[in-house]
Design a protein around this ligand. Structure first.
Ligand SMILES: NC(=O)c1ccc[n+]([C@@H]2O[C@H](COP(=O)([O-])OP(=O)(O)OC[C@H]3O[C@@H](n4cnc5c(N)ncnc54)[C@H](OP(=O)(O)O)[C@@H]3O)[C@@H](O)[C@H]2O)c1
Length: 235
């Protein structure tokens, strides 16, 4: 069976990706910053022998490189960069911009997926499917900036990772690598709650993840920003 590596697998969408890929019989490498504090993930790994848990902080280059070394020889069909951070909402309105928070948001949302792609490219190239996915956000759209206020850092970090992934797609196309830039919709998770959003249109993680996995299955090499519904999001 193919192998998927999921970042931020201890809760929210990441945990649901682990659950659904495990149910499909994939080998799942579920990574989290603090696996010992992840009871739901641990329970999943207990009932599903195809799930293994590894420690990974995507904001720390050394942590990424350590895991890549540990998993040498392990082909990874889908490198799923799910981990993300909104950043403290109160530190990213125009009146309160806090640049240390900005750096931290960039480190996790932008540097993280790119550094993961760098470190794990040999594992991806050794696989059959050769896919690298980043979970982006519709809030990164330069066209649709009016949809939701402020959040300067989160929006910018996701727009930047989109560009990094587009650039990467051009670079690795010849080697058969497919890059996915997929937005999950507004999903009821801790991240969405921390944004303060209380409007309509919120869905649950299982619905979003089932749809996103479908897009991962059908990935081509166009690296368009695609919403879970299949709608193409304007950059
Ligand atoms: N929910 C939405 O409406 C929505 C919409 C658009 C995009 N997204 C994106 O979907 C992805 C998943 O978010 P979610 O909604 O499931 O939110 P969540 O429940 O807050 O989960 C975020 C995950 O990222 C992990 N994470 C944060 N910093 C990390 C780091 N340095 N290293 C490793 N893991 C780290 C968290 O781990 P800890 O528990 O250790 O912090 C957690 O597992 C994110 O990329 C987010 O931007 C979500």
């Amino acid at each position: 069976m193919p192998t998927v590596l999921v970042t931020g697998a201890n809760r929210g969408l990441g945990l649901e990706f682990v659950r659904q890929y495990a149910e499909r019989g994939w080998r799942v490498i579920a990574t989290a910053r603090h696996p010992h504090g992840a009871p739901e993930l641990t329970a999943l790994a207990t009932t599903h022998p195809n799930v293994s848990i590894e420690t990974l902080d995507v904001g720390a280059g050394e942590s990424i490189r350590d895991l890549a070394r540990k998993l040498t020889e392990q082909a990874i069909d889908v490198l799923l960069n799910n981990a993300g951070w909104l950043g403290n909402r109160d530190k990213q309105s125009f009146a309160t911009l806090d640049y240390e928070t900005f750096e931290e948001v960039l480190r996790i949302n932008t540097f993280g997926p790119l550094a993961m792609a760098q470190a794990f490219m040999p594992h991806v190239l050794a696989s059959e499917q050769k896919k690298i996915v980043v979970i982006t956000s519709g809030l990164s759209s330069l066209t649709n900036t009016s949809r939701f206020g402020n959040l300067y850092f989160y929006r910018a970090s996701k727009a930047a990772v989109n560009m990094a992934m587009r650039t990467l797609q051009a670079e690795v196309r010849e080697q058969g690598v497919k890059i996915g830039i997929l937005a999950p919709g507004m999903v009821s998770t801790r991240l969405l709650h921390s944004s303060g959003y209380q409007g309509p249109g919120v869905i649950e993680a299982p619905q979003s993840v089932t749809a996103v996995i479908g897009h991962i299955e059908r990935l081509d090499q166009n690296a368009e920003m695609t919403l879970y519904t299949g709608e193409k999001i304007p950059w």
